[in-house]
Design a protein around this ligand. Structure first.
Ligand SMILES: Cc1cc2nc3c(=O)[nH]c(=O)nc-3n(C[C@H](O)[C@H](O)[C@H](O)COP(=O)(O)O)c2cc1C
Length: 217
């Protein structure tokens, strides 16, 4: 099996099980830093010999909440309106030079994979339709998992759709403030299906995130 598969699974394990405990992990790594580690016998995973140092490197990076160059776009969508926005933003990210882009439709991607990519990437863009004056429930569930793990230092973009009174974008604003994430670009809010002016705004959001990542890396 390709060893890269293990790194992805290690990040998924860390994000879901250990994710909240960045500081204790940093303290443990500090304690062990004087030792020469040749073998790691993990309780929930393979025994690492050849790649022991790479495993430590990954835990070090994740426990400092340091994201890689790339963007995860997370969205929910009942009829496809918010999905159109997510796809426009992803197209813009790609056209503006972002190489690592992952899209997660929360009704299809298991939450553990979504969380993995929130820990993995520096850029996080979240979109939701308004649903009973709040967020689409599966998006709300993901926000709660991210909040619980106190993920830090993300570049954050967001967008949403509504029909009569938008609430999704307001809730996504409050989420970003609570997380103390840096908002990138202008949030996009559209009524129902994607129109030309809102397509432009989605494009601008993707472009702003791509430019910000270039400065950060
Ligand atoms: C169950 C349900 C609840 C909704 N609640 C609201 C609401 O509270 N306020 C609003 O403006 N639109 C509401 N809408 C309309 C959707 O937000 C709107 O159609 C949106 O564009 C759907 O986006 P989507 O295709 O990505 O799901 C609701 C739609 C459904 C199906």
């Amino acid at each position: 099996m390709n060893v890269d598969h293990f790194w992805e699974e290690m990040i998924r394990y860390y994000s879901n099980i250990v994710g909240k405990y960045g500081n204790p992990v940093q303290r443990a790594l500090q304690k062990l830093s004087a030792l020469e580690i040749n073998t790691i016998c993990s309780t929930h995973g393979p025994v690492w010999r050849k790649y022991a140092h790479k495993a430590i490197e990954i835990y070090d990076r994740l426990s400092r909440y340091e994201g890689e160059d790339g963007v995860v776009v997370i969205y929910g969508s009942m009829y496809g309106n918010t999905e159109q926005m997510a796809e426009a933003i992803a197209s813009s990210l790609s056209a503006n030079g972002v190489k690592n882009i992952v899209l997660h439709n929360v009704s299809k991607s298991p939450a553990s994979y979504v969380l993995k990519d929130v820990f993995k990437y520096k850029g996080v863009i979240i979109g939701s339709p308004t649903y009973s004056n709040s967020l689409f429930p599966e998006v709300e569930a993901i926000l709660s998992k991210i909040e619980m793990r106190e993920v830090k230092n993300r570049l954050y973009g967001y967008f949403g759709s509504f029909t009569w009174a938008g609430a999704a974008v307001k809730r996504l604003t409050a989420f970003g403030e609570k997380m103390k994430w840096e908002t990138v670009g202008t949030p996009v809010e559209q009524k129902q299906g994607l129109k030309a002016d809102k397509y432009e705004e989605c494009w601008a959001l993707g472009e702003a995130m791509a430019n910000k990542l270039k400065i950060e890396n």
